[in-house]
Design a protein around this ligand. Structure first.
Ligand SMILES: O=c1ccn([C@@H]2O[C@H](COP(=O)(O)O)[C@@H](O)[C@H]2O)c(=O)[nH]1
Length: 446
């Protein structure tokens, strides 16, 4: 049975190759300098392979995910910067998979202006590709295919009309698609990103940000539990998250958690424990759920280091009950003298990508992951009045972190906790940060 399908499949691939050769030949006559061929993963790969073998044009292969060993490249094969690549695809609907392939090839310095396609479903893909600088050459379109099938008696007039109606009503909305496919998170609103986020707490946070119009996370680094509750109450209306270092509270008692949760629910903000987990998985499992703090029971978000590997994410994922949780991985630090370097930051990002349902975002200082709008950039080291503290902390202004450093949520601690009126200070930071976000969105929509 299997061999029957394999033979059939190979025959189909070969048949498609024969049909495409004509088209390709015409195309190659027009544009002489095709240096390489690349199939859009995965179904177009066998077609591209056969075309490459038959035409003697070398083929490169695009991976959908980079390997975590070896070259880690997205584009495999022999090529050089400036090569002209002809893209091969089997079926085109919106054209977005082709554009993803173009993006990865372009990132390697390869030029892509044309795609040869077996079937155009005529749902606006050709126009969308044209709009993005890619010319589409198709062998067949769906209307022709319907006509052939009807002439051969395979389908009736009713089916042809049904398909034709379907094509009319399901045309790709170019503008909406450009926006939703734009991987640049700085281009999208928080309301739009709430729909993209894979971690439920990140989605909730985006919704809170959009409805409360705040991107302010308060670092409530106070050592007295009553003062902590008062601060949460005062700043509550202006923040989307309250970040704690619960182990610095001198008079901590588990009874603190209930009123803290009540304030968080009433003012609609997220409780976020900045625990910066960094140990073997088994120890983190205990630190997360046991001891006096029982972080897992109340903190919807926690921070963690990627330094010791995936164990941290595995145990947090395992201990998740009905209530979902989110993790922010630390990829860059705000303080001077940090040992974190670009390679480490990149590896942290890679780890985050492997746990899309658990990782809510990244703690960092620069716009690191523009193409992942579902993740949140959390940036500490934000203050209006100071550039540094008396130890190693370094501050940027709220405007700069949002407009230049890619920050989605800004962490402000002493800028608010040391102010004479914490509520007033929180509102001031909220407004500056929100205005900067609006300015960023406006700028990117021009
Ligand atoms: O790189 C980092 C990571 C975390 N933090 C935390 O943010 C606050 C900052 O407080 P400020 O008073 O605004 O300086 C604090 O809780 C840190 O632990 C950071 O500063 N830098």
């Amino acid at each position: 049975m299997l061999s029957f399908f394999l033979i059939l499949f190979i025959n189909i691939v070969y048949f498609i190759y024969q049909l495409l050769t004509d088209l390709l030949q015409k195309y190659l006559e027009k544009i002489k300098n095709v240096d390489i061929i690349c199939g859009v993963p995965y179904t177009a790969l066998p077609i591209a392979t056969v075309l490459s073998l038959k035409t003697n044009i070398p083929m490169v292969m695009r991976r959908k995910e980079a390997k975590d060993y070896g070259t880690k490249k997205m584009i495999e094969g022999v090529f050089k910067k400036g090569d002209n690549c002809l893209i091969i695809e089997d079926v085109v609907t919106s054209g977005s998979s082709i554009l993803e392939t173009v993006e990865d090839l372009t990132a390697e310095g390869i030029k892509c202006s044309d795609v040869v396609v077996f079937l155009n479903r005529e749902q606006g893909g050709a126009e969308y590709l044209k709009h993005n600088g890619v010319n589409m050459h198709s062998l067949l379109n769906l209307t022709d295919l319907m006509r052939y099938l009807k002439e051969e008696g395979c389908i009736d007039e009713k089916t042809v009309n049904k398909v034709s109606d379907y094509l009319h009503t399901t045309q790709v909305d170019h503008e909406a698609l450009s926006k939703s496919l734009s991987k640049d998170r700085l281009y999208l609103s928080f309301a739009e990103r709430a729909k993209i986020a894979k971690n439920p707490i990140a989605a909730k946070l985006f919704q809170i940000m959009a409805t409360k119009q705040t991107t302010l996370c308060l670092a409530a680094d106070l050592t007295d539990s009553t003062a902590l509750l008062n601060l949460a109450e005062q700043a509550g209306p202006h923040i989307c998250a309250l970040k704690t270092h619960i182990d610095i509270v001198d008079d901590f008692h588990p009874n603190l958690i209930k009123p803290l949760r009540e304030i968080a629910n009433r003012h609609n903000f997220i409780l976020f424990e900045d625990r910066k987990f960094c140990d073997i998985g088994k120890t983190i499992e205990l630190q997360y759920s046991k001891g006096i703090y029982k972080i897992s029971t109340w903190a919807q978000l926690v921070t963690a280091h990627a330094l010791l590997g995936k164990g941290v994410l595995e145990v947090i994922k395992k201990s998740e009950g009905l209530e979902k949780r989110g993790v922010f991985l630390l990829a860059e630090a705000s303080c001077s003298g940090t040992l974190i370097d670009a390679k480490y930051a990149k590896s942290t990002m890679k780890m985050a990508e492997e746990y899309p349902e658990l990782v809510a975002g990244i703690v960092c200082q620069s716009p690191m992951f523009l193409n992942q709008p579902g993740l949140i950039q959390l940036t500490p080291g934000v203050q209006i009045d100071n550039k540094s503290d008396d130890v190693d902390q370094q501050y940027n202004s709220p405007e700069i972190v949002v407009t230049e450093k890619g920050c989605d949520i800004a962490v402000v601690g002493r800028g608010i906790t040391k102010a004479a009126d914490a509520a007033l200070a929180a509102e001031k930071y909220r407004k500056i940060l929100w205005d900067a976000y609006l300015q960023r969105i406006k700028k990117n929509h021009k």
